[in-house]
Ligand binder design. Structure first.
Ligand code: FAD
Length: 691
């Protein structure tokens, strides 16, 4: 053999070795680069070809989700998990963001696909699903490009919005127009009516029945829970162990990145927050029965920027009381250290790992919200024998479940303890809890500052969710808003008794003291809620309660245009703010409006409806009707209308008033007036920021 032969043999041997060890190499790459990064959510090969990834991972069912805030992802996972548990299907649950769709019509074995898609803004697809929307838009109607595709679809939306479930409806139309075959019907979860969970349950039961027939699925008698992750108990905490850090960058083993100006590098989003110092925080209400907290976050140490009208995401943690109750019911040891590894490369870890049980319960799992019937159903097999029959009944009977568990506003731990006479449920697998419970997600706040007036701080105005509960005696509390109040009180020296009286308390230091001295993780989500580009366009703002938040930002913007940019006051369009509160005690930013008026003069006006200071309740919509002719006049001058706050009644009542005004003053029918409002919405002249 000459040297060329020797090289050829060596290359062949190396190739043979690579081929033999391909799986171990893949696993090694997985462990090193993918498994410990929950933000990644892509398959380890990095391929965007759906058919290829499904084939490589030997999957026979596909669930694709498009999620803006994590809810659609959560339902997609629940659906996939149920198919796996009941029928032993090998399901891949994947984010639309991570794939291309050219092979959608050529999936292995013609496997069906379930889409779970949420709608955002005015009927829009979630940000991460724009590639899917583009794919749908490029399909030629009637050319049967997707005639082999069988699919089911569940959309998440809110009926208080004009374009309810717009994204899923559009996906359905486009898929069917390209010849794809729908299994069952479009399921639609309505957050506006608060029925998403029950809407999902009804759709899911119908769809799974149909799938069972269509795919001839045999229900597995031995329905034992099969975890998607491998669990390893560990003995020591290292620099790589998460104690609840909000993202990988904050682990001691990592190094934060800074730019040349010394600002922490982004991007800051759902995958990585900025841990911002709170530089101001105070109570806005004057009477102690209810609380509303004004908080100012300093963003100067980061690359975060925002625009007036954007949303601030605040990353919360669970309270000591709810964490303790959760640990108690499932008899969990918070100090237990463990590592998780996904069983296959298409699975994504739900949080940073290795970690501890205590960190997961406090920082990563949503444990306070209402218990869901689906979750109770998953726990049936682990119910204490003496109450098992009752648990089965509750999980199947929607009305009984609503009366016994939803009406008293139980969370999971309180419900299970109450059902078992205060005794724990010892047998529930920890991994099942991890997979069953939603992720603790950031809460959004309409930013109440102006990026022109205060580019380095972001203000939030948050009403504290805390209501007495006569049935259980345990106050129903919101996670984030009580945390904001706890921080606010802790910044004063003389608020000990108020802190003591709070229904819930938090670990304000956070993991490895990251949150000490009033810090919280945040990021900014850009919105489309914007003042008109041209500042001479008049604006009508309607924002009762904390709905006033973005309008404080809008007015501060115009105030800064005059005081900082010396814009001539006479060129500004009129700004009229319809604000409402119960009485003078909860009249937000009362003194500030006077100051704005002093500078903006007749270009700013606030019209206040105090609902409870007279016998008959007066709300913003009544004030709007009283000023019909001025509103008409402003609309004739091209005014934009903005509505912010309660999506339930207020936004609808306000829209009805505007429709009535248009119909009366233009002498047209109500449905014609509704069409005008619809057209204004499409043109961005009637904007809503409602929740
Ligand atoms: P969560 O923990 O999310 O609880 C939500 C509600 O459920 C609370 O009322 C809580 O008491 C109740 N609850 C808790 N447990 C149970 C149970 N077991 N059963 C039944 N009910 C239960 N809010 C503002 O105050 N100001 C704003 O400017 C603002 N802007 C927003 C902008 C956008 C785009 C969106 C989407 C929302 C906005 N919100 C705003 C609402 C805000 O995001 C939060 O939803 C709100 O502050 C409550 O958050 P939380 O974590 O305190 O409550």
């Amino acid at each position: 053999m000459n040297s060329t032969d020797l090289i050829a043999v060596a290359v062949l041997v190396a190739l043979f070795w690579l081929y033999r060890n391909l799986d171990s190499i893949k696993e090694f790459i997985n462990e090193q680069f993918f498994d410990d990064d929950p933000a990644l959510g892509v398959n380890s090969s990095g391929s965007r070809d759906l058919a290829e990834v499904l084939r490589e991972n030997d999957k026979n069912y596909l669930v694709l989700f498009g999620s803006q805030t994590g809810t659609a992802e959560d339902y997609a996972k629940k659906f996939g998990k149920e198919l796996t548990a009941r029928f032993q299907l090998r399901v891949m649950v994947a984010d639309l963001e991570n794939y291309d769709f050219e092979s959608l019509n050529d999936l292995p074995d013609n496997m069906p696909v379930t889409f779970v898609i949420s709608t955002y803004g005015e009927g829009d697809f979630p940000d991460g699903s724009v590639n899917f929307e583009q794919f749908l838009n490029e399909l030629d109607e009637g050319d049967d490009a997707l005639n082999s595709l069988r699919f089911s679809i569940f959309g998440l939306g809110n009926t208080t919005y004009e374009f309810f479930d717009g994204a899923a409806r559009k996906a359905l139309d486009k898929l069917q127009a390209a010849g794809a075959n729908l299994i069952g019907r479009l399921g639609e979860g309505d957050d506006g009516a608060g029925t998403t969970d029950e809407d999902y349950m009804t759709w899911k039961e119908e769809t799974i029945d149909l799938l069972q027939k269509e795919l001839d699925l045999q229900e597995d008698e031995n329905k034992d829970y099969q975890p998607s992750f491998n669990f390893t108990q560990l003995n020591e905490i290292t620099e790589k162990t998460s104690l609840g850090e909000p993202s990988k960058q904050y682990l001691p083993s990592e190094t934060l990145q800074y730019n040349a100006e010394g600002k922490q590098r982004g991007p800051f989003d759902l995958n990585q927050p900025f841990i911002a110092p709170i530089i101001e925080s105070h109570e806005l209400f004057e009477s102690p029965e209810r609380n509303c907290i004004h908080t100012e976050f300093d963003i100067s140490g980061s690359e975060i920027t925002y625009e007036t009208g954007d949303h601030l995401a605040i990353w919360p943690s669970n309270s000591n009381e709810t964490v303790a109750q959760f640990l108690k019911v499932f008899q969990l040891n918070p100090d237990e250290i463990f590592d998780l590894k996904a069983k296959d490369s298409t699975m994504k870890l739900p949080f940073l790992s290795p970690t501890t049980i205590g960190a997961v319960v406090r920082y990563y799992l949503e444990i306070t919200g209402p218990i869901s019937r689906q979750s109770l159903g998953l726990l049936v097999n682990y119910a204490p024998a003496s109450i098992k029959d009752h648990i089965v009944k509750l999980s199947k009977d929607k009305d009984l479940f609503a009366t016994e568990l939803l009406k008293p506003k139980y969370n999971l731990a309180d419900a299970l303890l109450s059902l078992n006479n205060g005794e724990p449920w010892n047998n529930v697998p920890w991994l099942l809890l991890i997979e069953m419970l939603p992720k603790l997600l950031p809460r959004y706040y309409s930013i109440s500052s102006s990026s022109l007036s205060e580019p380095n701080t972001i203000h939030a105005t948050s009403i504290v969710e805390n209501t007495a509960n006569n049935i259980t005696g345990i106050n129903t509390t919101g996670v984030t808003t009580n945390l904001l109040r706890h921080i606010s009180l802790s910044r004063s020296n003389n608020k000990f008794s108020e802190i003591e009286q709070m229904p819930v308390h938090y670990d304000l230091n956070g993991p490895r003291n990251l949150f000490t001295d009033s810090h919280l993780p945040i990021h900014v989500r850009h919105s489309t809620f914007r003042l008109p580009k041209n500042s001479n366009v008049p604006v009508i703002m309607i924002g009762p309660g904390t709905g006033v938040a973005p309008f404080r930002g809008f007015i501060r913007e115009r105030y800064a245009q005059v005081t900082k940019q010396n814009i001539d006051l006479t060129t500004l369009g009129k700004m009229i703010l319809f604000y409402g509160s119960r009485d003078n005690n909860d009249y937000l930013y009362k003194d500030e409006w006077i100051e704005y008026g002093n500078i903006l003069q007749d270009k700013f006006e606030i019209d206040v409806a105090l609902s409870r200071v007279q016998e008959k309740k007066v709300y913003v919509q009544h004030r709007i009707m009283e000023r019909k002719s001025e509103i008409t006049d402003l609309l004739n001058k091209g005014a934009h209308i903005y509505v912010c706050g309660d999506a339930g009644r207020m936004a609808k009542d306000v829209q009805r008033s505007i429709v009535t005004i248009l119909s009366e003053t233009k002498n047209i029918t109500e449905s014609e007036a509704q069409e005008i409002v619809k057209a204004m919405k499409v043109a961005g002249k009637y904007q809503e920021d409602i929740w």
